[in-house]
Design a protein around this ligand. Structure first.
Ligand code: HAM
Length: 419
């Protein structure tokens, strides 16, 4: 039996590569314009980092991690997200001595054992951003603005909605939690099994339940917004004011609690109606206190991650795969020896050309040129060699002209836009 890829993982094939590269290049350009620098992180860490950083009672830690024991008996985990790793590196390398906020981004695969479906994978890729060491609510607005700028640059912003919430902090959330648990227990009979479990373990997540049977109870639940302490309420009001000052539209979603324990105050998601059940394209929030929890300095932080597969799905096949400018067709060994250095010189200038190896008939090579979708074929046989010329054929029109062999490399550079 042939071996196939593992369920829930996927290959990114050459036809998709241009789109992926475009998404990544756009992210780098936008993030770097805001002062973010790249950090490259390992894809596995000690399991404890995620258990502590993401939260022991979250679905991710309890059900979705790829955890294994290595040869020394140590428990390691393929990263389910990048925030905990990034903070680990920030603390480990003393990056906090740099001027604040320290702005970092990273790109790469994440691993979660989730039920695979369209837009949901077990290995997926994120563009991940964190700004560390600054509490000011203007940073929240700036981070969100950058996220939107990225989607504007891809021409996707008008297909997305910005959802915003504040989930309070250690000063006000416990009171809310208590009231919520009392309410959920009182209405337990009309809630699903998972909601019962969450009521006891991670009650805010109950608000996230998508089941229709639970909606009436959840719609009547006490609202976190009514419990925010003065500091959280002021922070949230200012984030909203700054977003409005930048002309950024948002909707308040009081149920946006997100699946990580580390969030405080601002949480946000970019959602779409174009991807079926997987409606979140990006999500993030503030996590003041997390750096300290991981034994770093008592500093604030905020960030987000964008799901690259979902961005690529939204883009569709709008980014064209680049094609060679020409196929060089030597007819025979002597012509091949003459065209090899031409191809090399042109490629060295960054102009993509393809080259036949002199074994196939002209007709077969012209067919190949058509299949490759090249605009030009360059034909050199013994007669052309003798005259010191090459035939340049425009594939679409079929028109042919001759070019001195000595000028061929320069001519191909012109055709490739590198005069
Ligand atoms: P998250 O909401 O779990 O947040 O993931 C962010 C995005 O990654 C989602 O909106 C989605 O587009 C994509 N994503 C998540 N799971 C999958 C999956 N199984 N298959 C395909 N795409 C997926 C975080 O990961 C936080 N660490 C974000 C953050 C950074 N918060 C603060 N800093």
């Amino acid at each position: 039996m042939t071996i196939k890829a593992v369920r829930g993982v996927h290959d990114i094939l050459p036809v998709e590569a241009a789109t992926w590269q475009h998404v990544e290049a756009t992210a780098r350009r936008v993030f770097e314009a805001y002062g973010y620098r790249e950090i490259r992180l390992p894809i596995f860490e000690r399991t404890e980092l995620f258990a502590r950083g993401i939260g022991e009672v979250t679905d991710i830690v309890q059900k979705e991690m790829y955890t294994f024991v290595d040869r020394t008996g140590e428990s390691l985990t393929l990263r389910p997200e990048a925030t905990a790793s990034k903070l680990r590196a920030y603390i480990e390398h003393g990056l906090h001595v740099q001027p604040k906020p320290v702005r970092l981004y990273t790109v790469g695969p994440m691993f979660r054992y989730e039920r695979p479906q369209a837009g949901r994978y077990r290995q997926f890729h994120q563009l991940n951003v964190e700004a560390l060491g600054e509490q000011h609510p203007a940073l929240d607005a700036e981070v969100i603005a950058m996220l939107i700028d990225f989607f504007k640059a891809l021409g996707l912003a008008d297909r997305l909605q910005l959802e915003l919430n504040s989930i309070g902090d250690a000063a006000c959330r416990p009171q809310y939690r208590e009231r919520l648990v009392a309410y959920l227990r009182a209405h337990a009979a009309r809630l699903c099994e998972e909601c019962h479990e969450r009521t006891e373990k991670n009650p805010l997540r109950v608000l996230d339940c998508k089941k229709a049977e639970c909606r009436p109870v959840l719609d009547g639940a006490p609202a976190l917004a009514d419990f925010l302490c003065e500091a959280c309420a002021d922070h949230f009001a200012r984030v909203r004011r700054y977003l409005e000052a930048m002309g950024l539209a948002y909707v308040i979603n009081p149920r946006l609690v997100r699946g990580f324990d580390y969030y405080v105050r601002t949480t946000f998601e970019l959602t779409t109606t174009h991807l079926g059940a997987q409606n979140a394209v990006a999500g993030g929030g503030r996590y003041d206190g997390l750096i300290e929890l991981l034994e770093g300095p008592p500093e604030a932080g905020i960030g987000f991650a964008i799901g690259m597969e979902r961005v690529v799905l939204l883009l569709g096949s709008t980014v064209e795969t680049p094609k060679p400018v020409a196929l060089l067709i030597p007819l025979g060994e002597a012509a091949l020896a003459r065209l090899l250095p031409v191809a090399q010189a042109v490629r060295a200038r960054g102009v993509p050309v393809d080259l036949g190896y002199g074994q196939r008939k002209l007709r077969a090579e012209l067919e190949r040129a058509n299949k490759l979708g090249v605009a030009h074929a360059v034909i050199v046989g013994d007669a052309e060699l003798e005259r010191g010329e090459a035939i340049v054929r425009e594939m679409k029109a079929g028109a042919q002209r001759t070019v001195p062999l000595a000028d061929l490399a320069a001519e191909l550079c012109v055709l490739g836009g590198r005069a």
